[in-house]
Design a protein around this ligand. Structure first.
Ligand code: TUI
Length: 309
């Protein structure tokens, strides 16, 4: 299936794996790229040298294109922006901020730049700054989110920019894929379903909680701090929301979540840790290899899209 996104990125299928902090490391990124999608290493809050190692590990096992997601609140974002250039990474996605200050560096190096954004205004700004495409991410997503749903956000961004739009948030199967294309998207970004992939290194407790989760099992913390984060409801989210309601200050709340994603992903502490996942988690029923996930989505998605001809 050819779209402007598959052409720009040199990939077989218009499926991009979300650049999830801690989760999207070299095993997952390599598996998605090998399967014909775009695998992404999520830099999250990691140091620049760790990101360099991850890039080298993916390069060792595949010649296919892959990308790096730079979470812009990372204190080492400047250094990571340079590492991707030095390592010859072909695609960069960014999240949780405005990547304008790196745009010139990346464009000069021939890196394709795809900012993840959650509003029309940011999409327009990114287009003006030279972005090659944008990921329009609805608030159904896991992790750090905006305030508009995918259904409302994608068509408004499609109308506002000429560059290709990749839809994200609430997409985990062929139906979501087809729906995104109906809204004008030319690719999808999928996170939650890949968390449960066989190649995903998240702790078994994390996978089990995700697979067990129902439609209404996520909560959004941090609405009052300006950094809303969606994760599966547990002791941590309950305490956080209670403290927020009582007017706790930012530093107190930060203390509760410091290192909490790592705790859940690596140690399997799904009680006190942060189990980030999207609202579509209820659709994720089993662990599956990335290749199988992509094949299923493409088969179902193209069948549905074909029906509308
Ligand atoms: O970035 C994400 N999702 C993330 S980042 C992350 S790491 C983290 N860990 C713990 C606490 C907080 C974060 C987990 N999930 N998605 C992409 C995304 N970017 N969604 C929304 C935005 C966004 C928000 C504001 C993009 C730009 C923006 O611009 C603000 C500005 O600077 O004008």
């Amino acid at each position: 299936m050819k779209t402007r996104v598959t052409e720009i990125l040199g990939i077989e299928y218009p499926i991009i794996q979300g650049g999830m902090a801690w989760v999207a490391e070299h095993h997952l990124a390599a598996a998605v790229s090998k399967a014909g999608g775009l695998g992404i290493i999520g830099a999250g809050g990691a140091p620049a040298e760790f990101v360099r190692e991850q890039i080298q590990l993916v390069k060792k096992v595949t010649d296919k294109p892959f990308g790096v997601n730079i979470m812009l609140m990372n204190p080492e974002a400047d250094a990571i922006a340079q590492v991707v250039v030095d390592e010859g990474v072909k695609v960069v996605t960014t999240g949780a901020g405005n990547p304008s200050k790196y745009m010139k560096l990346w464009k000069m190096a021939g890196v394709k730049v795809i900012p993840v954004i959650a509003s029309v205004a940011m999409a327009k700004l990114m287009q003006r700054g030279g972005a090659d495409a944008v990921v329009a991410e609805g608030m159904e997503s896991g992790g750090h989110i905006g305030s508009i749903t995918t259904m409302s956000l994608v068509p408004q961004i499609v109308d506002a920019v000429e560059i290709p739009v990749i839809a994200a948030g609430g997409i985990a199967d062929g139906r979501g894929f087809a729906a995104a294309f109906m809204l004008g998207a030319e690719a999808v970004q999928i996170g939650t379903r890949f968390v449960a992939a066989t190649e995903s290194i998240v702790h078994d407790n994390y996978k089990a909680m995700l697979i067990k989760a129902k439609d209404i099992d996520s909560a959004v913390t941090g609405m009052t701090t300006g950094h809303p984060v969606r994760s599966i409801r547990n002791k941590m989210t309950k305490e956080y929301l209670k403290m927020e309601k009582e007017g706790a200050d930012f530093m107190e709340l930060e203390k509760l979540t410091l290192g909490s994603l790592r705790k859940a992903v690596m140690e399997g502490d799904v009680v006190n840790g942060t189990v980030m996942a999207g609202q579509i988690a209820g659709l994720v029923k089993k662990e599956q290899p990335c290749k199988e996930i992509i094949t299923e989505i493409m088969e179902q998605g193209s069948l549905l899209l074909g029906k509308t001809d």
